[in-house]
Design a protein around this ligand. Structure first.
Ligand code: FAD
Length: 397
């Protein structure tokens, strides 16, 4: 009798899901038939989010940071299905998709990532832009283009939240807009980058100051309207006219995950074991921004690309071990430090005992991300383009 092929269904093609799929494609399926592996994402392309800012300054192009899944998964033995996940029937092991199809699974990987909450102040959903997808970057670039082509003297941008995204956006926009830009960064606490290493925080403070980015610390947002933003500094309310408001505060788990009858923490993330399996459901794996996970040393895993990428390696391995009757590996997280882009050709990095800022940090950040690109084919194409671009620029001069 022929053994039935197991079905692995991976929901979400970001750092957690796509890299799990790619890891699975490398495993030696001996002794059992190779499982049917399906990756589902609502979009047609993966997005290398840490490089999304570079679309605003033209430093990088969409094809470099957002390659289509069909291209990445060609000849990898992984089926890609573009659809929105609408629900999961856990007792029947079925995924319900927005195109009215249902997908059965034997093993399920949940990697749907986070969303930016747009309900934290009145007017956010109607008048502020989040920054999390290629479409958000396009929307912002289009708003900037219209303002840049207008006869308006100054272009006023308010960025809410001074975590990584807020600070990185402020520096890139300041470089893009130059003297025409009036950029303010609004932060509820008394410092920017509260959780960052001191070195990166100081480098960021310097980069913001040298670009004349205005810092509103200890300031809350009362309301956003089409023309202005109302800020609350220690009880004093000021209304400030703005052209663009960017909202970068918070990450929430999508309702399709929150509504599952599984164990969640108070932020809606799924609680997992250190083998990245959901509690009481060893057939379901969860990783990335939707997972509340402590590694084998009891370290709480941060919601970063770096963590999702490392978890994907273990998830791929553990699925293979699970289906081939081998012991599963407990996840061990290695904090490699953090890197930030601070304007065109400028970055800071701190980790593994190294601290560096400026152009060299920018080059190292690019190389580190090139190394992390999803497939060797894509790495090669992007690497050649990065080497060729400065040479072509020289020839054009
Ligand atoms: C602008 C930005 C910059 C960042 N920079 C850094 C950085 O420099 N370093 C770092 O370590 N981390 C960074 N992060 C955080 C990092 O990108 C995330 O922690 C990481 O992407 C999490 O991986 P994930 O697989 O959980 O989710 P994601 O990579 O977000 O992938 C989730 C996938 O699920 C898909 N999806 C969601 N809902 C559905 C649905 N209902 N149906 C179908 N598909 C769905 C999405 O389209 C997406 O492809 C950044 C994040 C942002 C937004």
């Amino acid at each position: 009798m022929t053994e039935q092929k197991q079905k692995i269904c991976i929901l979400g093609g970001g750092f957690g899901g796509l890299y799990t799929a790619l890891r699975l494609s490398q495993m030696p399926w001996q002794g059992i038939p190779k499982p049917e592996i399906t990756l589902i994402d609502q979009n047609d392309r993966f997005v290398f989010l840490p490089l999304l800012y570079e679309l605003l300054t033209g430093e990088l192009q969409t094809w470099e940071i957002a390659p289509p899944y069909t291209e990445l998964l060609a000849n990898k033995g992984i089926h890609f299905h573009q659809a929105t996940v609408e629900g999961i029937n856990i007792p029947d092991k079925q995924v319900r998709l927005g195109d009215n199809s249902e997908l059965p699974y034997d093993r399920l990987v949940l990697a749907l990532g986070g969303e930016t909450p747009l309900t934290m102040a009145p007017g956010v959903a109607d008048h502020a832009l989040p920054f999390r997808t290629v479409n958000h970057a396009y929307q912002l670039a289009e708003r900037l283009r219209v303002l840049e082509e207008s006869d308006q003297d100054k272009i006023r941008v308010a960025i809410i939240g001074s975590g990584y995204s807020g600070v990185e956006l402020a520096c890139k926009l300041a470089d893009r807009l130059g003297d025409r830009g009036r950029i303010r960064l609004v932060e509820l606490s008394d410092t920017i980058l509260r959780t960052s290493p001191e070195f990166n925080r100081e480098a960021a403070q310097k980069a913001l100051a040298s670009r004349n980015v205005w810092l509103d610390l200890e300031t809350g947002v009362e309301k956003i309207t089409a023309e202005a933003i109302e800020l609350n500094y220690k009880g004093r309310i000021d209304s400030i006219p703005v052209d663009i408001v960017l909202w970068t505060v918070g990450t929430q788990v999508a309702s399709v995950i929150k509504s599952l009858p599984l164990t969640h923490n108070n932020r809606g993330q799924l609680t997992t074991t250190n083998t990245l399996q959901v509690l009481d459901h060893p057939e379901i794996y969860a990783l990335g921004d939707i997972a509340d996970c402590k590694d084998t040393n009891g370290q709480q895993i941060p919601t970063t690309a770096q963590a999702a990428f490392q978890q994907a390696d273990y998830t791929g391995w553990n699925l293979w071990a699970d289906l081939t009757g081998r012991p599963l590996l407990p996840f061990r997280y290695q904090n490699l430090g953090e890197m930030m882009t601070l304007g065109i050709d400028n970055a800071t990095l701190a980790g593994l005992g190294i601290t560096l800022e400026g152009n060299l940090a920018h080059v190292l950040r690019r190389l580190a991300y090139l190394y992390r690109m999803p497939t060797q084919e894509h790495q090669l194409k992007v690497g050649v383009s990065w080497i060729a671009k400065p040479l072509l620029d020289l020839v054009k001069r």
